[in-house]
Design a protein around this ligand. Structure first.
Ligand code: CP
Length: 308
């Protein structure tokens, strides 16, 4: 297929064929990070702006490394010391930076739809690096890549996603991606953490972790997002941990071939017990490693459409 999208805003907007095309492109980029000189000239002369309005370790670092490995220049825009603190709007900020001839904005923002708003106001590529509770498309792509690398095929794979699904942009992107590629998705959480009508996407819902993890191939744990709990979704984190924390007895109740995933950052002692983080077939750090190749592919495909 021929890629023609200038921006990546969601997994919902992609077809299964487009997702697979990104994953194939990422596969060809993975080997670059294993070379002594981890650099190719694919985006030489291009300028990529990291525009992060929320904290990030993995996504921001990973996009910066991916861009540099493609020989692009990277600007890490400092939101807190910018004129946004004097009242300048995000759109004016983006238009002013674009006037300096940049090619791509990577946007993380607490408001759902922020990346889409920016994409309508710029000729540059825009990549959604996480918008509120909406989507985190490159996280899902790196998760799909990691699963495909491990299992070879996603069709029929049984995946249990457990945790704060309601506030999770990672869950929403992964649900779209997994369903489009033919996986069976189970969601498990207290009722207050299950979004209304989510079963219309084709997932099944569980309230008891013991039932959700029975015979699964993948346990995908989500972070409890304390910063987004504007109401009491659950009586206490201690109670949450006793009912849903992935601990050694829950680990041992599954067959030995299942894999464990988490997008990070982890709340050890709430959704995951420390002693299982790297136990068995944990893919948690492989997800982080694969983030570079996947983000190289996304940058290569989208920035390649820009003629600023
Ligand atoms: N997975 C993820 O988005 O992590 P960061 O918040 O550290 O970028």
């Amino acid at each position: 297929m021929k890629w023609n999208k200038r921006s990546l805003l969601s997994i919902e907007e992609l077809s299964g064929e487009e997702i697979n095309y990104i994953l194939q492109t990422a596969y060809s980029f993975k080997e670059i990070s294993l070379r002594p000189v981890k650099k190719v000239p694919a985006l030489r002369g291009k300028t990529i702006v990291n525009l992060f309005f929320e904290p990030s370790t993995r996504t921001k670092t990973s996009f910066e490394l991916a861009a540099k490995r493609l020989s692009a220049d990277v600007l890490n825009f400092e939101v807190t010391t910018s004129s946004i603190s004097k009242g300048e709007t995000i759109v004016d900020t983006v238009k002013n930076i674009e006037a300096m001839k940049v090619d791509c904005f990577i946007v993380r923002h607490k408001i759902s739809g922020a990346a889409e708003i920016i994409s309508k106001e710029t000729q540059s590529a825009v990549i959604n690096a996480g918008d509120g509770c909406h989507e985190h498309p490159t996280q899902a792509l790196l998760d799909l890549f990691t699963l495909k690398e491990y299992f070879g095929e996603l069709k029929g794979l049984k995946v249990a996603i457990i945790g704060d699904i309601f506030h999770s942009r990672v869950a929403r992107s992964n649900i779209w991606g997994l369903i489009k590629l033919g996986a069976n998705v189970k969601l498990c959480a207290p009722a207050t953490f299950i979004p209304m009508e989510i079963e219309k996407t084709g997932v099944s819902i569980f309230y008891k972790i013991e039932q959700a993890i029975k015979n699964v191939d993948v346990v995908y744990l989500l972070r409890i997002q304390k910063e987004r709990q504007e109401e009491n979704f659950f009586p206490s984190w201690k109670e949450y941990a006793s009912l849903y924390e992935f601990n050694i007895s829950r680990f041992n109740s599954i067959h030995s071939k299942f894999v464990l995933m988490h997008p990070g950052p982890m709340n050890r002692g709430i959704e995951i017990k420390s002693d299982v983080v790297e136990k068995g077939n944990s893919l948690i750090l492989k997800q982080v490693t694969n983030g570079i190749a996947v983000r190289m592919a996304v940058l290569y495909l989208t920035v390649g459409q820009v003629n600023n």
